[in-house]
Ligand binder design. Structure first.
Ligand SMILES: Cc1ncc(COP(=O)(O)O)c(C=O)c1O
Length: 353
C-alpha cells in the first residue's frame, strides 16, 4: 500500500482470476476456456493480416465486429456495443447505468465480478440468496431494485433460466434494468437477444471467449435498445475510445461468421459435458444440471480445497471458490473427451483413497 492510494483503492477487494499456470503439463480446466482452437477462418485472417493496418488506430466503435454480431442476430449495429472482453463491457455498463443512488441486485452465487464493480464505482447492492438447489428465484428480488443482474446460465452453477421466465420479469418490472450475462448461453440455452426489440429495460452481454475460443483476443459485447447502447458509448468515449484492437475485430468477425465450425465445436462440448455429468453422478457426486461449458460438482466426503489439491497432484487444474455454501464444490471446465476421461478416472482414484 502506498500513502497515495485513495480511500476507495484502499478498500477494494479485486476479483481474483483463475490461475494461468506457467507449467504447460497441466490439464487446464479452471477458467472455462474452450479446449478447441479458434475457427480456422479466424486463424487464417490473423496469419494474413495486413500489418500496415497496425500503424493506424482501429475503428473506435468496433464496427467490423458489431456488424458481424448484428448480422448473427438479425439486429441493427446501433443495438450492439463492443468492448475489450465482456468484463470491460460489464464494467462500463455498471458505470453507465448505476451510481451511488442505485440499488443493484444480483444472486449471492453468481459471477463474482459484479460486487467488485459495485465497490469500485461505489454502487449500493444486495445479494439475493439462490434457493437451496442453487436456482435463482426471480420472484424474490426486492421491488425497489434499480437493476437486476445475473448470468444465464449462471456461474459457477451452470443453472439456466428459460427465456419465457426472463420475459415475465421484463414485463413485471418495466422500470428495472435487467442485465443478462450470457457468457455461456451458446452451450445449451436460448438467448434473450430477440427480446431487446420489445423491452427497453433489457441488456444482454456476451463474449467470444468461451464458445468461439477467443479468450486471448478479449472480445465482448452488449446488445440492447439503441438508447442503452448510446449511453455505453458515451462512457466508453470518456474512458478509452479504442477498446477493441484491429486484430480482435478482424478475427472476431471471422469467428462469428464461421457458423459450421462454431456448431461443430460447441456440440462436441455439449456431448462431452452430458456424458461426464452421468459418469460423475454414477460415482456418487452431486452434480448440478449445468448448461454451460463447465460442471459444478461436490465429491462426497472431501472438502473443496482438498479435492482441488488432489486433482492438481494428478495434473488437473480446476477451480474452487471459497464463498459460503459452495466452498466444497469444484467448477470443472469441460475439456476434450480425453481430458474428461482423465478427470473421471482421477476422481474415482481420489474417492477410493
Ligand atoms: C459469467 C461471466 N461473465 C463474463 C465473463 C468474462 O468474460 P470475458 O471478459 O472473457 O469476455 C466470464 C468469464 O469467465 C464469466 O464467467
Amino acid at each position: 500500500m502506498s500513502r497515495f492510494w485513495n480511500s476507495n483503492t484502499r478498500n477494494l477487494v479485486p476479483y481474483v482470476p483463475g490461475e494461468q499456470p506457467k507449467e504447460n503439463n497441466l490439464i487446464k480446466l479452471n477458467t472455462n476456456e474452450n479446449p478447441y482452437p479458434p475457427s480456422p477462418l479466424a486463424i487464417e485472417r490473423i496469419k494474413n493480416l495486413n500489418t500496415d493496418l497496425l500503424r493506424l488506430y482501429p475503428n473506435s466503435d468496433g464496427e467490423i465486429l458489431k456488424k458481424a454480431v448484428a448480422d448473427n442476430y438479425n439486429i441493427s449495429g446501433q443495438e450492439v456495443f463492443a468492448g475489450n472482453g465482456s468484463d470491460e463491457v460489464l464494467a462500463l455498463l455498471f458505470k453507465t447505468f448505476f451510481d451511488e443512488k442505485s440499488y443493484v441486485a444480483f444472486p449471492d452465487i453468481t459471477y463474482s465480478f459484479y460486487p467488485v464493480y459495485c465497490n469500485l464505482f461505489q454502487i449500493p447492492y444486495v445479494k439475493v440468496p439462490v434457493k437451496e438447489d442453487f436456482t435463482i428465484d426471480l420472484d424474490s428480488y426486492p421491488e425497489n431494485a434499480t437493476a437486476i443482474v445475473f448470468a444465464n446460465p449462471n456461474a459457477p452453477t451452470g443453472l439456466y433460466i428459460d427465456k419465457e421466465r426472463i420475459e415475465k420479469l421484463l414485463k413485471e418490472r418495466p422500470d428495472t434494468l435487467i442485465v443478462v450475462d450470457e457468457a455461456y448461453i451458446d452451450f445449451g440455452g436460448e438467448s434473450c437477444v430477440p427480446l431487446i426489440s420489445k423491452y427497453d429495460n433489457l441488456l444482454v452481454v456476451q463474449t467470444l471467449s468461451k464458445s468461439r475460443s477467443l479468450a486471448g483476443l478479449r472480445i465482448g459485447f452488449a446488445i440492447g435498445n439503441a438508447s442503452l447502447i448510446e449511453g455505453l458509448k458515451r462512457v466508453k468515449d470518456s474512458f478509452n475510445s479504442y477498446p477493441l484492437d484491429t486484430m480482435a475485430q478482424i478475427a472476431g468477425e471471422a469467428a462469428l461468421r464461421d457458423n459450421n465450425y462454431f456448431m461443430e465445436t460447441r456440440n462436441r462440448i455439449i456431448n462431452t459435458r452430458e456424458w461426464v455429468k452421468e459418469e460423475l453422478k454414477a460415482l456418487g457426486l452431486y452434480v448440478t444440471d449445468s448448461r454451460a461449458n463447465f460442471l459444478f460438482v461436490r465429491i462426497p466426503g472431501i472438502s473443496g480445497p482438498e479435492a482441488l489439491a488432489k486433482l492438481r497432484q494428478h495434473g488437473i487444474l480446476v477451480r474452487n471458490f471459497g464463498a459460503d455454501r459452495i466452498s466444497d464444490f469444484l467448477r470443472i471446465t469441460v475439456g476434450t473427451d480425453e481430458n474428461m476421461r482423465k478427470v473421471v478416472e482421477c476422481i474415482r482414484i481420489i474417492m477410493a483413497e
